[in-house]
Design a protein around this ligand. Structure first.
Ligand code: GAR
Length: 193
């Protein structure tokens, strides 16, 4: 993708559902000079998502999807248009986007997933890693296509699984790695590294 630095940062929306620790890290790193992106909108599928506090802290527009709203994607698309968003980062967004929505933003939506894809798509990845006695796990940044957690891989980071590990201890270590690779993957996409 074209190199866009300085004033021409790519306006990006981050979609969340929970704590928003990846969102926080992306906001902080997007403020650095070398960042190709600027976070211009936060979309949350949950009005109680902890991560929404970063909308206030960093003065970033937000849009919260209403429960049971059948037209939520149309409304999201409108918000994206108003905020001139051209790139989307899913960061712990626990809803599945429709094929139509993904087509609209083809090649411009990326996601972070807490496993070494193609292993352990979907939910409860760390529990599955423990159950299957995996020696390694990790996280993956990938493009979003219309199949769950199946788009082209951009970057991965591996960690070792120890005998004493629990799903919670793995979650914690994987999350630390997520914070390291999400922004790196964005730099890679936009040819900054
Ligand atoms: C992260 O571990 C992310 O990989 C995962 O949710 C967590 C969100 O944490 N995403 C998925 O499981 C998506 N299928 P955060 O809200 O603190 O960034």
């Amino acid at each position: 993708m074209k190199k866009l630095l300085g004033k021409n940062k790519i306006l990006t929306a981050v979609f969340i559902s929970g704590k928003g620790t990846n969102l926080k890290k992306l906001i902080q790193l997007s403020k650095t000079k070398k960042s190709p992106i600027k976070i211009g909108l936060i979309i949350s599928s949950d009005s109680k998502a902890e991560g929404l506090k970063y909308s206030i802290k960093y003065k970033i527009n937000k849009y919260v999807i209403k429960k049971n709203d059948k037209n939520s994607e149309i409304k999201i698309l409108k918000k994206l248009e108003i905020n001139k968003i051209s790139f989307i980062c899913l960061a712990g967004y626990m809803r599945i986007l429709s094929k139509k929505f993904i087509k609209n933003f083809k090649g411009k939506i990326i996601n972070i997933h807490p496993s070494l894809l193609p292993k352990y798509k979907g939910l409860n990845t760390h529990e599955k890693v423990i159950k299957n006695k995996e020696k390694y796990t990790g996280c993956t940044v990938h493009y979003v296509n219309d199949k769950l957690d199946s788009g082209k891989i951009i970057l991965q980071k591996k960690i070792k699984v120890f005998k004493h590990d629990t799903a919670d201890s793995i979650k914690k270590r994987v999350l630390e790695k997520e914070h390291q690779i999400y922004f790196k993957a964005i730099l890679k996409i936009f040819n900054v590294i």
